[in-house]
Design a protein around this ligand. Structure first.
Ligand code: TXA
Ligand code: MG
Length: 338
């Protein structure tokens, strides 16, 4: 299959909508990461997303909508708090899990009784949803297990030949996936941290729980509240290590490694004095920059043929919680303390 590269012009958005209506797969830009979209109401189209990504079938997908009234048909009932959450955070990088209605195919919810819904703020994403005339199921548009794509080129690198088209809407602004919040537990609970922080949610909802798997490994034998937590995730081919240390100790440590195959992910201004390949992912306390650059930096390590990547451990406050959540999984929880 030839994968077409579309722009975000009106004509191309229309073409993307037509392809989606026919049950084809189209990668779309969003403010978080690029998504691999299909008609969410067409179980067969949705099944082909899993095939293209190599995604385990028991990992459910997020349904993307363009307008608030689209929620009603997708859920068993609209929870009271949805109104205030939508007012504060939609359109935007918040995914909300609710009890699903009968029109959600099992392929979307992976057999669960719930459905995850999000209204992206990226204008092109919403224009494509409207052009398709249906809600769109879309996981991140990477090969399963790899870092999520934040540019159309990243999507092409993973999906060329496997999907009908990619719509180029520029680099994703946030860079990490949406915050996933479930309303199906006694208290609202964050299953995956993202650009909308726990603090922001608590301002609106009062106390919010944060699932223990956010910064930890899923305990053996525990059923995953969000199936995505089970899998090795966001990993480049290179082995990733998180290093907790001072800048000086970090420099001594990486300078003793093979410089031909070692990359160091460091804070801006720390590149000097390192003998291996360096990539900076923003200033030391700039959590938004870290989120914006992390996945692209991990992909760059593979492009450069690196075997090992050592990452200066960022702060996990605010959006840093999302960065740390992705980084620990990319590193398969390998942490080095110096
Ligand atoms: O920002 C995003 O959310 C991006 C863009 C494309 O919108 N999408 C995304 O999708 O990150 P994906 O499939 O890579 O991640 C969806 C996460 C997975 O961890 C999945 O297990 C969880 O949401 N999820 C989806 N439906 C769920 C449900 N009904 N119950 C619990 N977790 C669910
Ligand atoms: Mg993903």
């Amino acid at each position: 299959m030839k994968t077409e590269l579309f722009s975000n012009s009106k004509e191309d958005i229309k073409k993307a909508g037509e392809l989606l209506k026919k049950g084809e797969l189209v990668a779309i830009p969003t403010e978080t990461v690029y998504g691999l979209a299909a008609n969410a109401l067409d179980g067969k189209a949705v099944a082909s997303i899993f095939a293209a990504k190599g995604r385990p079938m028991d990992n459910p997908l997020i349904v993307h909508i363009a307008d608030l009234q689209d929620v009603e048909d997708l859920v068993a009932y609209v929870p009271d708090v949805l109104e205030v959450l939508a007012r504060e955070f939609w359109p935007g990088p918040l995914t909300i899990i609710m009890d699903k209605s009968g029109i959600i195919p099992d392929e979307v919810s992976a057999g669960l009784d719930t459905v995850a819904i999000r209204m992206p703020s990226h204008k092109t994403a919403r224009a494509i949803i409207r052009a398709a005339g249906v809600p769109l199921a879309a996981p991140s548009a990477n090969t399963s297990g790899k870092p999520s794509p934040t540019t159309a080129q990243h999507v092409m690198d993973d999906m060329n030949g496997r999907i009908a088209a990619v719509v180029d809407g520029g680099a994703s602004e946030v860079g990490v996936e949406s915050t996933v919040l479930t309303l199906c537990t006694r208290r609202p609970r964050v299953l995956r941290p993202g650009r909308i922080t726990v603090e922001q949610l608590e301002e609106v909802l009062g106390d919010v729980d944060v699932d223990e798997a956010v910064l930890g490994q899923l305990e053996e034998g525990r059923k995953a509240p969000s199936p995505g937590m089970k899998y090795k995730h966001y990993s480049p081919n290179a082995e990733v290590f998180v290093v907790k240390s001072t800048a000086e100790a970090f420099a001594d440590f990486v300078n003793a490694k093979d410089k031909a195959t070692t990359a160091a992910l460091v804070f801006e201004g720390e590149e000097d004095g390192l003998s291996c390949t360096t990539i900076n992912f923003g200033k030391e306390n700039d959590d938004l920059a870290h989120a914006n650059r992390l996945f692209a930096a991990l992909r760059e390590c593979d492009e450069k043929g690196m075997k090992e990547v050592y990452v200066r451990c960022p702060n996990s406050d605010g959006v840093g919680l999302a960065v740390m959540n992705r980084l620990l999984r990319a590193a398969e929880f390998r942490i080095i303390e110096l």
